[in-house]
Design a protein around this ligand. Structure first.
Ligand code: GDP
Ligand code: MG
Length: 351
């Protein structure tokens, strides 16, 4: 299964593109569009509440294997810049830039825009992404131009993603929870994504950071009951042994996670994080779909204590948070400072 984030500024045609590519499913601050019509299955995740909500884009990106960045021909806004920084910080090697609403522009303007995009993305993970200009306007003379080309590119990237997923099926299982509810007669149902490994019905698995065991009663993928499923699958799981109030978005089903609320993280600041990070600053920490505001208690660069980490610099941040977070050594932590123009500031891993 290939999970694809659709991101970009408001009014950039994200939701229109999502509905053209799949059938609408789960809808919260992200909207899922499913395409089950082929042997290869696709789930599109529209970061619907972004740019207002950072959680929306972080959830969409963390649930996805690749991204589509939507930009209109005259839509190179600061928010697009912020999306590029987020993708770059998270190291999104696979993706496509969609120049949307192509029916509102003309060929020469779009070609010039492609050149501009090349400059903007130079030196970032996006520099080798394909650029496809397209529209979803059924009334345009060039209605749906570029949609087939986009699907072809997605299919190509999807094949690589599927192959990589199969290499992770034998790893210890890890499922991230993005939605959950109580279903009368069934109990707790969670929706989420298998980040790695394979899960089976009747597995006993840990719920983190709660740190208790639950039973997997049933597994659905694409509305079909299955006995087991592997890496990359979007799943609905019937669970036994927990209460709805014990759950939060971002919790993990896994057999081994670390739990902490304070962290020491080796961070590299984005070169666009102009204000840097100072002692006592409050940053927004994201790991997977969990998030918490944390305060910077100590900054060290090359072993020496500092009162500021500058744009582009690498150092260790000692951070104090307010709630338990489940994570692993390999997880990439993402930081945002909500007051800045370009809000994503850094990524890093625990030391
Ligand atoms: P979002 O805010 O990024 O989700 O953007 P929407 O998909 O909601 O689209 C914003 C507006 O642009 C809506 O009025 C759409 O009807 C319109 N729109 C979206 N895609 C196209 C397109 O390809 N061509 C034209 N002409 N209008 C579009
Ligand atoms: Mg929308």
């Amino acid at each position: 299964m290939t999970n694809i984030a659709i991101i970009g500024d408001e009014q950039s045609g994200r939701t229109s593109l999502g509905s053209k590519l799949g059938k609408k499913g789960t809808d919260s601050d992200i909207t899922l569009f499913n395409d089950d019509r082929h042997e290869q299955k696709y789930v599109y995740i529209d970061a619907k509440s972004y740019p207002k909500s950072m959680k929306s884009i972080v959830a969409a990106l963390n649930l996805s294997d690749m991204a589509i960045l939507c930009v209109t021909p005259n839509g190179l806004t600061p928010i697009v810049g912020e999306c590029v920084v987020a993708l770059d910080l998270l190291g999104f090697k696979r993706g496509i830039i969609a120049i949307t609403k192509s029916d509102t522009s003309y060929a020469m303007e779009i070609d010039a825009f492609k050149e501009t995009l090349k400059k903007v993305t130079a030196g970032t993970v996006l520099e080798n992404w394909e650029v496809v200009s397209l529209n979803t306007n059924k009334d345009a003379p060039n209605a749906f131009e570029g949609i087939d080309e986009l699907k072809e590119q997605i299919h190509k990237l999807g094949a690589g993603i599927e192959a990589e997923q199969r290499t992770k099926d034998s790893l210890p299982p890890r499922v991230v929870i993005d939605h959950f509810f109580n279903v009368t007669g069934i109990g707790i149902v969670i929706l989420g994504k298998v980040l790695q490994g394979t899960i089976h019905t009747h597995d006993k698995i840990g719920l983190y950071p709660v740190d208790k065991k639950v039973d997997i009663r049933s597994i659905q993928t694409h509305d079909v009951d299955v006995k087991e499923t592997g890496t990359g699958s979007r799943v609905g799981l019937g669970l036994k042994g927990l209460l709805e109030r014990e759950l939060e978005r971002g919790f993990l089903l896994s057999n081994s996670e670390l739990i902490a609320s304070d962290f020491e993280i080796e961070c590299t600041l984005s070169k666009f994080a102009k204000g840097g990070v100072k002692l006592d600053d409050v940053l927004h920490l994201f790991v997977g779909l969990q998030s918490d505001p944390v305060r910077v208690k100590k900054i060290t660069v090359g072993g020496a204590e500092k009162d500021k980490l500058n744009a582009g610099e690498t150092g260790v941040l000692k951070l104090e948070g307010g709630k338990k977070i489940a994570y692993s050594k390999e997880d990439l932590f993402l930081f945002a400072s909500l007051e800045d123009n370009q809000r994503f500031t850094a990524t890093g891993k625990v030391v």
